[in-house]
Design a protein around this ligand. Structure first.
Ligand code: 5AD
Ligand code: SF4
Length: 467
């Protein structure tokens, strides 16, 4: 899952009418794309129940903060925001403050006990209850619902696109996670894995196509284990797996780019790779978090694969989809990690030549397998030094990956104006690399062929090739 702990509230005002009498809700989102999508589901539920969704914190009657628990610093940031909301509440005592999402699930009523200003605590599977809980809170009762569900997928809800560029959107295909990685809080805060009915996924994607969208990213904690059982007449049973779903989405329109995240190395099978190779509009990028290059550490992490298996998966990707970008996540300083284990991570990175990566210091999360059974015994300075080393190495690999693109031409989907100049657009290649180029007379949402002429550490630079 791509993480953006600094996301904050960048949402567009979706309900911008003056003199709107409806109660106003401000939603601030932290964490992964899954959380961003959940905020869109929340907006949809509240909108349908008579609330206006706004983007000015000071005007809010209800402030919701959608939270992340993945690392301690993600939670620290939320505590900081709650202090800010406390000040707002001092000025305007009628404002309701709700903590929703992963941290709500992890801390439950303790959140209300610790932070008296919190009126609502709602876990990721209880968003349908929000209107009822907000009403109860308006009457002075603290509202809490942190029940996890075995079925909830919000399949019938069309999310309100909050941060819309009108070009690309995220679509949840499943919720929760059944993998018990020793370090990870997700199964505890998001519950068990459940897939969403493919009919509702296809309907949502079709609605996006009809609204002019050109790209969808199918989201799940582990998309490769997507699984839907259809029971037909006479006990006829058939299944839709992830490869089938990808194909179904890709065939809706050849003009729609299809991406997905996140894949798990133990579950990414060749069938998915062949489907990707078969459809031009399924983008050539796989985010395949390895976490560590050491088989011993992978075993302790309970990842379900070893170094050799991961390398074989990379080889399969390179054989079946030769121009596929591969990105990864790394955790440095996991329990008992030695210099030798760390070196194994560095050598794997060099070998795999990842196009980009997200890298983190291990952060012990309460109640996980690692917290219960192992000791967080790698010193903070050692974690930091190892993190610096992998960041530096990845910096070099990412730059080399961009340099390999110089002189080549790529189809780019135009996503918006470049931050630096109105004369330039930015978009991405199928491989998910950002390209900046002079706009000529094209518009956002167009596909253009761009020749790469140069690169900066963060982006490719190019020019549109006239066809
Ligand atoms: N500490 C540090 N990083 C973590 N991740 C998950 N749990 C932890 C943790 N306890 C990282 C993994 C995962 C990404 C989403 O976050 O690399 O792939
Ligand atoms: Fe996303 Fe995991 Fe953070 Fe929850 S804890 S918001 S699932 S990254």
């Amino acid at each position: 899952m791509e993480l953006n702990e600094d996301l904050g509230a960048l949402f567009e005002n979706v309900d911008n009418q003056p003199n709107d009498e409806r109660p106003k809700v401000f939603i601030e989102t932290y964490g992964c794309q899954m959380n961003v999508n959940d905020s869109e589901v929340i907006a949809s539920i509240l909108h349908a129940n008579g609330y206006a969704i706004i983007n000015k914190l000071d005007d809010a009657d209800v402030i919701l903060i959608n939270t992340c628990s993945i690392r301690e610093n993600a939670e620290t940031r939320v505590w900081g925001r709650l202090d800010v909301f406390k000040q707002i509440k001092k000025r305007k005592p009628s404002v309701l403050v709700g903590v929703v999402g992963c941290m709500a699930e992890r801390l439950k009523e303790n959140l209300i006990e610790e932070q008296k200003i919190v009126d609502l605590v709602v876990g990721p599977d209880a968003y349908r209850e929000l209107p009822v809980l907000i009403r109860a809170a308006e009457d002075g009762q603290k509202g809490i619902n942190v029940l996890l569900s075995r079925e909830e997928t919000y399949g019938d809800i069309s999310p309100v696109r909050l941060d819309k560029n009108g070009v690309s959107a995220f679509v949840s295909i499943m919720r929760g996670c059944n993998n018990m990685c020793a370090y990870c809080v997700v199964p505890y805060v998001r519950g068990g894995e459940r897939s969403r009915d493919p009919k509702t996924i296809l309907r949502e994607v079709q609605e996006l196509i009809d609204a002019g969208y050109r790209e969808v990213t199918l989201l799940g904690q582990n998309v490769d284990s997507y699984h839907w059982k259809h029971e037909g007449l006479l006990h006829h049973v058939h299944y839709t797996n992830f490869s089938d779903l990808l194909e179904m989405v890709a065939t809706l329109s050849p003009n729609l780019r299809v991406r997905f995240s996140t894949s798990h190395p133990k579950d990414l099978n060749d069938e998915v790779l062949y489907t990707m190779a078969m459809y031009e509009n399924i983008c050539n990028h796989i985010h395949l978090p390895v976490q560590s290059g050491s088989t011993r550490i992978l075993e302790l992490m309970n990842r379900g694969y070893d170094r050799d298996y991961y390398m074989k998966r990379i080889n399969a990707i390179r054989n079946i989809i030769p121009d596929c970008a591969i990105s990864s996540d790394f955790i440095t300083g996991f329990c008992t990690e030695t210099e030798e284990d760390h070196t194994q991570t560095l050598t794997l990175m060099e070998w795999a030549k990842f196009d980009f990566a997200y890298m983190f210091k291990y952060s012990e999360r309460p109640n996980t397998k690692a917290a219960r059974s192992y000791t967080d015994d790698v010193a903070e300075e050692v974690k930091s030094r190892r993190l610096t080393e992998i960041i530096e190495l990845q910096g070099k690999l990412s730059e080399e990956s961009k340099k390999r693109d110089i002189g080549k031409s790529f189809e780019v989907l135009i996503e918006g104006e470049s931050k630096k100049s109105k004369e330039e657009f930015f978009g991405r290649t199928s491989q998910n690399k950002v390209v900046v180029f002079p706009r000529k007379n094209h518009k956002i949402g167009d596909y253009v062929l761009v020749e790469i002429t140069d690169c900066t550490p963060a982006t490719l630079l190019g020019k549109i090739v006239e066809e």
